[in-house]
Design a protein around this ligand. Structure first.
Ligand SMILES: Cc1cc2nc3c(=O)[nH]c(=O)nc-3n(C[C@H](O)[C@H](O)[C@H](O)COP(=O)(O)O)c2cc1C
Ligand SMILES: [Mn+2]
Length: 453
């Protein structure tokens, strides 16, 4: 059986020297976030002493692409493949009678700010935010489950507020509950296996249960336990679970909140709610994901969006090999698509399909599969070597934008495609796509003996 906990992965990182224990005491108000930001691409950080709390905090666990692969137990080069496999072969979760996440149960006088070391992140954010909380809810009409992250602000005692984008499934479920005159029960799992975090970020359809894809990623059924006070099921090996409800009639103005682009935004009203029960492991570790423009935040979205987009594109264009949602593009806004010997016009078609598929995307670069789409230098080389501005640039103004886009005007943006591929026939009309190299036989011989030079 696979280890379905977050702490199992922390053990793996500790062995490879990629988990650093911070012994110095740290304030959860601004200081902890500042350390995570200044050590953004460093090792995972386990803060053992948090002012005012006995529970430790771990952060920056997934701040590099290779760590996602390590967490899923595959080589970095196999990360795309395991995601594609999980999407193609989901595995339904399984109920178990008990799990470590329910070792300790709190149901009296819940004060989240006291129970949990939730960081306050940025100067203008008014209160602490839970950022790694995977929210489980059920569609009030169909009973189908949904699993996704939305940040939760702590508003005192058991009170919470969630700022959810209107196009996200969780918002749609809250809206359905509102129409039925009901509240929406939620459970929030904190401190999850990477498969659960990635599953929560996949762009599936409304009604598709993200837990099934989590099983696909794990290679086995995700183990769930029944919640104590709500009709929901949570990962048995999570560190912490909050149980409660969102009240879609309780709208609370959020004020400035950070987004993945690194700026503050004012989205207006969020949905209020209440947590009535908290369960956790006896020695629970609180997971914090640095919000704002931070590697882990960007990669979680980017890795998952890239996988679902790649699957969708390959169904329509078999020449598509990989899709990378870049970190410079905040893991949301820019994509590089690699294609194998695309036919004339096929790169442009991939650009249009990608933009249609993922609302957030506004720059799509198509390269050939002889370059590494993860390598920004090679992508730029492709632009310099293969892209002709006059013919290969696609500009589509006034397209509906996501509310998150940092430069949207009235919720529209200009979307851009750049097709940086060789054209069929290029090699025969002139020599510009013929590589200048030593004879093949010499190269092969030298490569064989490379260590001797
Ligand atoms: C760290 C982190 C924080 C996030 N916070 C929010 C949030 O506060 N509000 C929101 O709407 N989406 C947030 N997201 C994005 C959603 O989790 C993501 O788009 C998800 O796929 C939505 O799934 P759903 O449509 O099934 O609800 C966050 C993602 C990450 C990785
Ligand atoms: Mn969903």
């Amino acid at each position: 059986m696979t280890d379905q906990s977050m702490r199992g992965f922390m053990g793996v990182l500790e062995q490879t020297g990629e988990l650093h224990r911070v012994k110095r005491s740290v304030d959860p108000r601004f200081e902890l976030g500042a350390v995570l930001a200044l050590k953004d691409r460093g090792p995972g950080l386990l803060f053992e002493r948090i002012n005012g709390h006995s529970m430790p905090v771990v952060g920056n666990l997934l701040s590099m692409r290779a760590r996602f692969a390590a967490a899923l137990g595959v080589e970095p080069s196999a990360l795309d493949a395991i995601l594609q496999k999980a999407l193609a072969y989901p595995i339904a979760p399984v109920m178990v009678d008990e799990g470590p996440v329910q070792e300790i149960v709190h149901q009296e006088k819940i004060d989240l700010g006291r129970l949990l070391p939730v960081p306050t992140w940025f100067e203008r954010e008014a209160a602490p935010y839970v950022t790694a909380g995977v929210i489980i809810a059920k569609d009030p009409e169909t009973g189908r489950r949904n699993v996704s992250i939305a940040r939760l602000r702590l508003d005192g005692g058991g009170k919470i507020m969630a700022g959810i984008a209107k196009n996200h499934h969780l918002y749609i479920l809250a809206d359905k509950a509102k129409a039925l005159g009901r509240k929406l029960e939620i459970a929030v799992a904190i401190g999850n296996h990477t498969a659960v975090l990635l599953g929560s970020q996949l762009y599936l359809g409304l009604g598709d249960d993200e837990y099934d894809t989590v099983g696909g990623l794990l290679g086995e059924a995700l183990q769930l336990v029944r919640c104590k006070t709500v009709d929901l099921e949570v990962p048995a090996h999570a560190e912490i679970v909050l149980e409660g409800e969102l009240d879609p009639n309780d709208l609370i103005d959020e004020g400035p909140v950070s987004e993945f682009h690194g700026f503050y935004v004012n989205y207006g009203a969020g949905i209020g709610g209440i947590i009535r029960c908290v369960t956790h492991q006896r020695d629970a570790i609180y997971q914090a994901i640095l919000p704002g423009y931070a590697s882990e935040h960007c990669l979680l979205g980017g890795v998952a969006i890239g996988a679902t987009l790649c699957q969708a594109l390959q169904r329509m264009i078999p020449a598509v090999r990989r899709v990378v949602i870049t970190e410079g593009g905040m893991g949301r806004l820019h994509a590089v698509i690699s294609m194998h010997q695309p036919r004339l016009g096929e790169g442009a078609r991939a650009v249009m399909l990608a933009m249609g598929q993922v609302n957030l995307l506004k720059l799509v670069i198509v390269v050939e599969d002889d370059v590494d789409p993860e390598n920004a230098r090679e992508v730029e080389w492709s632009l310099a070597a293969r892209f002709r501005g006059g013919e290969d640039l696609i500009v589509v103004p006034h397209v509906k934008a996501d509310r998150c886009d940092p430069v949207h005007e009235n919720l529209t943006v200009t979307k851009i495609g750049m097709v940086a591929t060789t054209r069929p026939g290029d090699g025969s009309t002139d020599s510009r796509s013929e590589w200048a190299r030593a004879p093949r036989s010499v190269l092969d011989e030298v490569r064989k003996n490379l260590t001797e030079y």
